[in-house]
Design a binder for this molecule. Sequence first.
Ligand SMILES: Cc1cc2nc3c(=O)[nH]c(=O)nc-3n(C[C@H](O)[C@H](O)[C@H](O)COP(=O)(O)O)c2cc1C
Length: 255
Amino acid sequence: MIFYFTGTGNSLYAAKKIGDELGEDLIDITAAMKEKSFSYRLSSNEKIGFVFPVYFYGVPSIVVDFIAELKIEKNLEAGLKPYVFGVMTCGGGMGGTPKMLQELLEKHELPLTAAFELKMASNYIMMYQPTGPDLQKKIRISTDKKLVDIIAAISKNKKEDSGKRKKTLLTSVAYPLYLHGRKTRLFYADEKCNGCGKCTRVCPVSVIQMENDKPVWMAKQCTHCSACINRCPQEAIQYGKKTLKWRRFENPILK
Ligand SMILES: Cc1cc2nc3c(=O)[nH]c(=O)nc-3n(C[C@H](O)[C@H](O)[C@H](O)COP(=O)(O)O)c2cc1C
């Protein structure tokens, strides 16, 4: 079983390739959170995967919340541990994300057997202009090559020394900014908004509601996945002023 979270499709792309090759089912963390589906039963020889984007060199808040609630009935012989892997998609690097995931899983007595970084296009439009089309094509080639290696490693049950995973300085500095930041206050819809309401449907944490045919962000914080702003068909959602001129990013798997 592969638990995945995606804002703009990269992690879905990776999870689907891995799931198809390894014959593992995909479980959408967003849907599971909305339905409060937290209990899963592992069959023998089944692996457990977590595929999600890196946020501020750490684990997105929705994935943290999901793992906190997760209940896995392991159904394994005494003493045997399941094979658990993490694939973290990112624009630049994953920093100490594996260590953070390891600590979240330890609370459930699940080991993180192996963790993989997968560089993909950057979607972080609230901070930078997302990766452009030419670079996206180049990145897709290297992503696909890396995915072949990752799938081979998982199918051979590759193990890592979990003692070597470190909380990096990048994560220690950046991640608290995410936890205390991820504010919705700068999101708004400009005059291009036609009231289609797609933003309300793609928001994984359901904080957007339509009022007078315009989206309104109902909570002070969200998971900051960027789905609302990147996936708006009219490119009408903005985050402050800088996004007015910036391109949007959506992995073609969502189109
Ligand atoms: C809030 C936020 C924070 C991000 N932080 C990082 C980061 O720390 N390091 C990095 O390499 N990429 C970062 N990114 C880029 C995403 O991890 C990357 O584009 C990812 O593949 C998007 O996955 P998705 O399409 O499945 O949502 C960030 C993106 C967002 C929206």
